[in-house]
Design a protein around this ligand. Sequence first.
Ligand code: DGL
Length: 279
Amino acid sequence: MIAISAKVKQMAVGIFDSGLGGLTVLDAVQKRLPDVPFAYFADSAHAPYGVRTADDIYEKTTAATQALFDAGCDLVILACNTASAAALRKMQEGWVPEGKRVLGVFVPLIEALTERSWGDNSPPREVDVKHVALFATPATVSSRAFQRELAFRAVGVDVEAQACGGVVDAIEDNDLILAEALVNSHVDALKRKMPHPDAAILGCTHYPLMQDAFQQALGEDVKVFSQANLVAESLADYLDRRPEMIGSGEACFLTSGDPKRVSNSATQFLRREIQFQAA
Ligand code: DGL
């Protein structure tokens, strides 16, 4: 069980990831919504999630979300595709307590790819992109959640998924040289299956930290979609409709791992001082 200390009670919108990847989402939502306090929780002690089973991911994601609820958040964003893919649907179907909300990062991305505005539930239709490369963790790829959500909205889109083993570990270990080498080899593997994608999805919130490497390996004519700004827009829209979810607490950064180590890596990634505290 994870418990968050009482001194951070009364906080506001919770942002959860297994580790540092959700900081790419946090950065974008903070820029878009500078007056909203965010409580970021990194389950660094258990990262990476992407090599775990769906049941294990569900258990860890519900424990982390519960800890954010207990600390005073009414709304938690799963800034983690792996948790969104493997756990969110089951959480929304029966686990989320009354008065609380949990949102994921998949749908805003798929709405952008399929040229839809928020909540457009009209039948699936033809869209511009025809050949989409999906880069994600092994658990996200095997869940097929991306293909399922896409099929609700678009027809005739060919998706080739590449499970990018090792990239999250390399980023968490701050080994960007290894991360770049792995990105190149995963893009090569994808191109052997789909030589000319029109679009690529960075379906893991860690990957925007390697966006230049993905773009370079894919080539300039492939449109690379990453989530941060899309999630920020969609959250702004949601909070406009549900302002009571904002709260009035203080922003904070919490981790189940070693706060010093996590703070160092986070500061390097976001290029601004980030101080994590122990959850
Ligand atoms: N950043 C997360 C995601 O979006 C989790 C990666 C992991 O822990 O394997 O999938």
